[in-house]
Ligand binder design. Structure first.
Ligand code: MD6
Ligand code: FE
Length: 199
């Protein structure tokens, strides 16, 4: 595994997961989930997305980018919940405040292809991710698409940090494991990724 990859199983206990889920429900009611599309083909993702923080990640015919407003409503993104900010400062103590938090919602059939997180201006800060709800099969490899990969399961409350050499590691979600969610209904899974976009 590349240096800078960290997994913190059960970083959020059940009570914190419930509080976080409430915060995310409020985010998604202010900034509804939208369906991102692949810039080249227009093919929709199977994951639906929203954001909180000063900037949000969007994907449509014009490409992948960060922007300060929701692509459908035009409203500014709601603020990042305090519990997430606290986790960021706890686990990424060198980094300034997070600028973007992508909210990914997976239904039982959703997946996310192998990708690098590289739409940011700099890669100095880590990317931190929090999983809630159903368990996911997460795949992570090296900094080239051809490097060998391994898979591990991300359960509710687990945190992953991609920093250092692992900041640009290829990773994705192979599938959701049905029957594993006590927190989110219908085998749903929510993944929250916190980032810096600029220096
Ligand atoms: C997911 N995660 O867990 C997708 N990206 O649903 C990511 O794409 C991710 O877990 C950057 C850093 C950590 C991640
Ligand atoms: Fe990612």
């Amino acid at each position: 595994m590349l240096p800078g990859f960290r997994i913190l199983p059960g970083y959020f206990d059940r009570a914190a997961q419930e509080r976080l889920l409430d915060e995310i429900r409020a985010v998604v009611s202010a900034a509804p989930l939208f369906l991102p599309r692949m810039p080249g083909t227009g093919k929709p993702f199977s994951v639906r997305m929203s954001n909180c923080g000063p900037l949000g990640w969007v994907a449509d015919a014009d490409g992948y980018r960060y922007q300060p407003t929701h692509p459908v409503t035009g409203a500014p993104w709601p603020p990042i919940p305090g519990l997430l900010r606290d986790a960021w400062h706890d686990l990424c103590p060198q980094a300034p405040d997070p600028q973007a938090c992508l909210v990914n919602y997976y239904s039982a059939e959703a997946r996310l292809g192998l990708h690098q997180d590289r739409d940011e201006e700099t890669f100095d800060a880590p990317v931190l991710s929090v999983s809630l709800g159903a368990t996911a099969v997460f795949r992570i490899g090296g900094t080239t698409r051809r490097a060998p990969t391994r898979s591990l399961r991300l359960g509710s409350g687990d945190v992953v940090v991609l920093g250092g050499e692992a900041r640009l590691a290829f990773h994705g979600i192979d599938r959701i494991v049905k029957g594993t969610s006590e927190l989110v209904t219908d085998d749903g899974r929510i993944n929250l990724t916190l980032r810096r976009v600029g220096p």
